[in-house]
Design a protein around this ligand. Sequence first.
Ligand code: PEP
Length: 252
Amino acid sequence: MRRKIVAGNWKMNTTPAEGAELAKAVAAGKKEICDCVNFIVCPPYTHLSEVVRITRGTGVAVGAQDCATEEKGAFTGEVSARMIASLGVEYVILGHSERRQYYGETSETLNRKMRQAYANGLTPIYCVGEKLEEREDGRHFDVVKAQLEEVIYHLTPEQFERLIVAYEPVWAIGTGKTATADQAQEMHAHIRRTLAAKFGATAEQTPILYGGSCKPSNAGELFAKEDVDGGLIGGAALEADSFLQIGKAFLK
Ligand code: PEP
């Protein structure tokens, strides 16, 4: 049985006070939901310490949205994996399409971030996904395969065991357009096959999350698919109620 996971990517939203309220509401609502669904919230760096404190012992885990490529030193503005892990944070999102697109993150950058994440005990949520023109040209499977081969294939088998992958078609992020459940399943199966080609049967256990305008109204259909193990949620994670409803979609 693979883990069922709902992870909220708050992006650059909420003040620390608003984030604390949101974390409290998620933690309170999580109590009503079976432990079989894993909840993760990923607030901005400035909120991490407080959100870890609020969610401790509630079954809600905390992730960061990024980490530095380097261990420490003269890298103004960066936040290291070690700093993040020292707060009690367990996860880190790496390779989000907004980081790839707006901050020029390449596979080379991501290999370095991966190394830092693992060296400090963080579990990466590694994002892959094609742009609209890549799908329209029929290149979506090749693009996602390359994003996996160029980064994930460098992991050791022990590191791979801890990995979470998120498939986020760029054309569906924040646009209100969702991949159909069949499109998601088709790509998730492709991702699992690509991972299995390198890591064998262990890939059967890798949680593969769907991201891209996932909301309470479509989560059930997406999560019912064999290779869709949950969601990485943007906009709908900014309200505790909709985030919790998405988690409950597993239980229907
Ligand atoms: C995301 O950016 O990770 C995401 C899935 O965003 P949204 O749910 O808002 O499309």
